[in-house]
Design a protein around this ligand. Structure first.
Ligand SMILES: *[C@@H]1O[C@H](CO)[C@@H](O)[C@H](O)[C@H]1NC(C)=O
Ligand SMILES: *[C@@H]1O[C@H](CO)[C@@H](O)[C@H](O)[C@H]1NC(C)=O
Length: 374
C-alpha cells in the first residue's frame, strides 16, 4: 500500500515538475511531443520522416537498374537532427530564408526578431519550426496514398513574430514515385509574415554518391532577386540571360558554378515564370542524374524557388558514416521571396486571420533514364 502511495506521489511530483518546466519554457505543446521516426511506403519507394522539425530523413528510390538508394542527406539519430545547423530535410519557418536586420514594420507596429545570421534572421530565428517537435495529427501508412500530417502551434511573439499561428504540413506518397507536400498556416489573432519551405538536400545519385555538379538542371525562372553581400535582396529583379544563373535550358549544375560571384555556389531565389495565381501549380525545376537515371520534376504554387547547392557542407558526418562535402546535394526550396517584408514590389507574404496560407509542392520522380526536360 505504502509503496503504491509513494509511487503515486513520485508520479505526481514528476508531473508537477514537468508542468513547471513546460510553463517556463517556450512551448508547452512542443514539450509534450515524443520524437520518433515515421515511415511511408508505396511500392518500392519509402519515405522516412520525423516529427522533429516535420523533417524528411530518407527517401529510398530505385535507379534505372532497379537498385535502391536513399537520395536525401541526413543523420543516423534523432539527437543529431536536434543538434543540426544545416536544416537537413526540415520544414523551415515561420519565415524561411532571410529578413534583413531581423526586423520589420507591419501596420505601423515595429517587430524585432531573433537574429541568427549576423544581424539578420535566417529560417525563422534561433529556434525556428525546424527546431521544435511537431504533433502528429494523422498517420496512415497504407492504402493507395500513404500520408502523414504534422501540426505545430506557434505562439504570439515566438522569435519575435506577431500572433498565434497554426501550421500543418501533409506529406503524401503517391503512385509513380510522386511526393506531395502541402503546407498550411492560419493566423489566429494578428497579421504576420509567413514563408514556409521544405529544406531537403537531394542527391539523386544517392546521399553518399559525391557531388551533384554533373546533374543537369532546368529552372523555370527568367529572373532572380538580386542580393547584397549578406544575401539580402536589394529589391531588384535581375534577368538571368547571359549569367551563370540561366537554367532556362538545362545545364549541368557545375557548368558555370566557378563564374559565380566569389565562386561560393548557388544560393539564390528565382522568380518563377508562369501564372502568378497561387491556385495553379506551375513547373519550377527539373533535375536529372545521368549516372543513376533518376530525375525529378518539381511543381509548386509558390512564386519563388531558392536554389542552393550545399555550399556550406564541410566534411559533415552523416548517415552510415558518410562524409558530406561542399556541393554534395542541392536544395529546391519553393517559397515566397526572401525579405519580402521590406519590398512592396515583391508578392506579399502577410497572412491575416481571414486569409490562410497554402503552399503546395509536387515532386515527380522517375527512374526511366530519360531526362524529363521541358
Ligand atoms: C526508415 O525507418 C525504419 C524504421 O525506423 C528503418 O528500419 C529504416 O532503416 C529507415 N530507412 C532508412 C533508409 O533509413
Ligand atoms: C553538434 O553540432 C556541432 C556543429 O554544429 C558539432 O560540432 C558537434 O559535434 C555536434 N554535437 C553532437 C553531439 O552531435
Amino acid at each position: 500500500m505504502k509503496s503504491t502511495v509513494d509511487k503515486k506521489m513520485a508520479n505526481i511530483s514528476v508531473l508537477l515538475c514537468f508542468i513547471i518546466i513546460a510553463v517556463g519554457s517556450a512551448n508547452v505543446s512542443a514539450m509534450n511531443q515524443q520524437v520518433r521516426t515515421y515511415v511511408l511506403n508505396k511500392g518500392d519507394a519509402s519515405l522516412n520522416l520525423t516529427n522533429w522539425g516535420a523533417s524528411i530523413t530518407s527517401f529510398v528510390l530505385p535507379d534505372k537498374h532497379g537498385k535502391l538508394a536513399d537520395v536525401v542527406l541526413g543523420y543516423d539519430t534523432l539527437e543529431e537532427y536536434k543538434n543540426d545547423s544545416t536544416y537537413f530535410g526540415a520544414l523551415v519557418g515561420r519565415f524561411a530564408n532571410r529578413i534583413g536586420g531581423a526586423r520589420f514594420t507591419l501596420n505601423g507596429i515595429h517587430y524585432k526578431l531573433v537574429a541568427n545570421e549576423g544581424k539578420n534572421i535566417l529560417h525563422g530565428g534561433k529556434i525556428g519550426f525546424s527546431d521544435v517537435a511537431w504533433e502528429v495529427i494523422k498517420y496512415h501508412n497504407e492504402g493507395h496514398a500513404p500520408y502523414i500530417v504534422f501540426a505545430y502551434h506557434s505562439f504570439d511573439g515566438e522569435q519575435g513574430f506577431p500572433g498565434d499561428l497554426h501550421v500543418t504540413v501533409k506529406y503524401t506518397l503517391l503512385g509513380h514515385y510522386r511526393l506531395s507536400v502541402i503546407m498550411k498556416a492560419k493566423a489566429l489573432n494578428k497579421p504576420t509574415p509567413v514563408n514556409l519551405a521544405q529544406h531537403t538536400y537531394w542527391n539523386l545519385g544517392g546521399h553518399n554518391s559525391g557531388d551533384i555538379l554533373s546533374n543537369d538542371i532546368q529552372i523555370f525562372g527568367s529572373h532572380i532577386t538580386a542580393v547584397d553581400s549578406e544575401l539580402i535582396p536589394t529589391g531588384k529583379f535581375l534577368p538571368v540571360k547571359g549569367t551563370p544563373y540561366d537554367f532556362l535550358r538545362p545545364h549541368s549544375v557545375g557548368s558555370r558554378i566557378e563564374k559565380l560571384p566569389e565562386s561560393k555556389g548557388y544560393d539564390i531565389n528565382y522568380v518563377l515564370d508562369g501564372p502568378a495565381s497561387n491556385r495553379k501549380l506551375k513547373r519550377a525545376a527539373v533535375v536529372y542524374d545521368k549516372k543513376s537515371g533518376r530525375s525529378l520534376v518539381l511543381f509548386t504554387n509558390a512564386p519563388g524557388l531558392q536554389f542552393y547547392t550545399g555550399n556550406n557542407l564541410k566534411n559533415l558526418i552523416g548517415k552510415y558514416g558518410a562524409v558530406y562535402k561542399v556541393y554534395n546535394a542541392l536544395c529546391l526550396e519553393t517559397q515566397g521571396f526572401p525579405d519580402a517584408v521590406h519590398h512592396p514590389n515583391f508578392p506579399s507574404t502577410i497572412v491575416t486571420p481571414g486569409k490562410p496560407y497554402k503552399h503546395v509542392m509536387l515532386f515527380k520522380f522517375s527512374t526511366k533514364s530519360r531526362p524529363p526536360f521541358a
